[in-house]
Design a protein around this ligand. Sequence first.
Ligand SMILES: [Zn+2]
Length: 272
Amino acid sequence: MPELPEVEVIARGLHGTLVGRSIQSVEVPGLTRLSEPADTLVPRIMGCTVKRVYRRAKVLLIEMDDGLSVVFHLKMTGRVVHAVKRTANKHDRIMFNLDDGSQLIFSDMRKFGYIRSFAPGELDTWDFLQRVGPEPLETGAAELADLVRDRKSVIKGLLLNQSVVAGVGNIYADESLFRAGVHPETRGNRLSRARALKLFTELQSVLGQAIAENGSSIRDYVNADGDAGSFQNSFNVYGRKGQQCLTCKTMLKTSKVAGRTSVFCPKCQPKQ
Ligand SMILES: [Zn+2]
C-alpha cells in the first residue's frame, strides 16, 4: 500500500500537470464498491476545473475551482495516472477526459480503493478526516512524542494507528524503528523521552528522504508519471527478512506485531 511519501509524490506530480485542466467527459468502466456511486459522482465533477492536488494522510485530494473536493484512497493497488487518452483496460474504474485531450485515470486491480466527492465546505465533516491524527512532517518531534508517552500499546501499533499519526504504514514504521534503535514491541509508555524524540525525528527523516527519492517502488507501485521510485534501495530492514543487519551483521528477525510482519535487528533494537 502506498504510504505518505508515495502519495505525496503522486500529489506533487499531478499538481504540476492537472492545475487548470477541466473535466469535459467521464467514462466509468466500473467503480469499486467503496466508491461514491457514479450517478451522484459524475454530475458533480462534470465541467469542474482543477485548482490544486494535495495529500492528507494516505489520501490524495483534488480541489476544484468551485470548491468541490474529490478524494482518492488508493489502498492496496489503486493508481491515479494523468496521461494521454486511451481506451479503458480491465482495471480502470473511472476516467476523466480533460480539455487538452489528456486523461486522468483511476485504476485499481484489487478494488479496495475508492473515489468520493465532497461539496464545498463538506470535506471537513468527513469522518476519516475527523479521526485522522496529525501529519508527521508538519508536527514537531516533541509533540509527536507526547502522543505516545502515556500509551500502553506497542510502539509499532501506535505508529500504524492513523488516529495517532497520519500516513505511516509498515515500511516507514519498520525503517524508523530501526534507525532509532527501538524494538517494535516496546510499549509507548516504556519509551524514554530521548528515545521517543529520536524515533519521531528518524520518522520525519525517513519520510522526507523517501519523498526526495520519489517514493518507494514496492510491488507494483509507480508514481503519477508511471516511474518507479528509488527509495527501496535505501531500506535497512523492510523486505530484508533473513538477511544480515547492515549495521552489526546480526541476522534480522521477524515477528507479528499489531497484526503486521515486523522486521528488526534484535541487537540494534533491544527490547525495553
Ligand atoms: Zn543490528
